[in-house]
Design a protein. Structure first.
Length: 379
């Protein structure tokens, strides 16, 4: 293959892939091509050496949010309407493995038989997840999620059908009320996108500290400070877990604290933060529905060695609203906005104050409680 031969010659000469060096390598190979073909070869080499190889053109597409590699002839993208098979192909399963390993090593992470999985953030912000065989059956599996570009506004969400105009006003009132909230939903349902948008609605005078495993939130707001956790190095040292950062955030004079994704023992620290006067704090959590959120928080609380009753006590005193997002015919939508209800046994549940019907949010069974919550914030 010509690309392989040119790459090998450049590597032996220790030269970068420039138009001049590629032209010289082609002459040595006895190949004559036009300027346009040479430029295309330069770009292919750069993609292969420092970019994402055959996947780079997909990542460069502004409409693509995710690139999924299931096999040499099974490369899919998500443009917001579900997965689509592309024409991009790899020569072999070995090429997929080599690309995944190169991407991981470019940010100082291992991906080999001793460490067969990796979850890392590339230099351009793209999130890389890869699994090697035999953990992945048959072929290395690669998932790339592009970082959000400019934060979407509520108008953008209305235009995309994520929420209707009335629902947009409801979300504005949620932020203005300074009620603490979580955004729940499945993987790829749009939790980060919605949270990014809502954080941009916060009063510009309010300092918000965002804590994340990997930087994904970039709200359009002047008073945003971000903290990012750190994985241990090859020797297993130097880790800075999310839970430690949540505690650090409490000392940074925040008006609001945001945890990008609650998925471990840090749930305890977030719930404690919600109970220490940081009104309007927020986070995201994986859950199949808003009604499943308490059980999900219970399970995460066990990771912090906290019993069920203690978790519910923290929920009932600090968390007010759950916004649940989901996919509807491949489109990300706000399915419901739910308010806290305290049961007779002291446990918590969330009931819909607004629920999506026919493409729009309509009042749900807990709508009166929502109105009381908003009215109290105006006093």
């Amino acid at each position: 293959m010509l690309l392989e031969r040119v790459r090998t010659r450049l590597s032996l000469d220790g030269r970068e892939a420039t138009l001049a060096s590629v032209a010289q390598a082609l002459r040595h190979e006895g190949v004559v091509v036009g300027d346009l073909a040479a430029l295309e070869l330069v770009q292919a080499l750069r993609d292969d050496l420092v970019g994402a190889g055959p996947l780079q053109s997909l990542l460069d597409d502004p409409d693509v949010t995710d690139v999924i590699v299931n096999g040499p002839h099974d490369v899919c993208v998500d443009r917001g309407h579900g997965l689509e098979l592309t024409s991009v192909q790899f020569s072999s399963v070995d090429d997929i493995r080599l690309l995944a390993q190169r991407l991981a090593s470019s940010v100082g992470r291992r991906l080999d038989d001793a460490a067969p999985t990796v979850d890392a953030r590339l230099r351009d912000g793209t999130r890389l997840h890869a699994v090697l065989p035999p953990i992945a059956v048959g072929c290395t599996l690669v998932s790339l999620r592009k970082p959000a570009g400019q934060a979407m506004s509520l108008a953008d969400l209305v235009e995309r059908g994520t929420v209707d105009p009335l629902g947009a006003k409801v979300l504005e009132s949620l932020i203005a009320s300074r009620a603490s909230f979580l955004i729940s939903g499945g993987t790829g349902a749009g939790k980060t996108t919605i949270l990014n948008c809502l954080l941009g609605l916060i009063d510009s005078a309010q300092r918000t500290v965002i804590v994340e495993d990997s930087t994904e939130l970039h709200p359009a707001h002047p008073q945003i400070v971000r903290l990012q956790s750190r994985q241990p190095n090859a020797e297993g040292a130097g880790a800075v877990p999310l839970r430690d950062l949540v505690r650090q955030a409490l000392r940074m004079r925040p008006d609001r604290i945001v945890v990008g994704e609650v998925r471990g023992a840090e749930v305890l620290d977030l719930l404690i933060a919600l109970n220490t006067g940081h009104e309007g704090s927020a986070g995201t959590v994986h859950a199949n529905s808003a009604s499943d959120v308490p059980a999900r928080l219970e399970a995460l609380g066990l990771l912090a060695s906290v019993d069920r009753l203690s978790i519910h006590a923290l929920i009932t005193s600090g968390l007010s609203v759950v916004v649940h997002v989901a996919r509807e015919s491949g489109r990300r939508v706000i399915e419901s906005i739910n308010v806290l209800r305290i049961k007779s046994d002291g446990s918590s549940s969330f009931e819909p104050a607004w629920i999506r019907r026919g493409g729009a949010l309509e009042p749900g069974q807990a709508h009166e409680q929502w109105q009381r919550l908003i009215e109290q914030s105006r006093r």
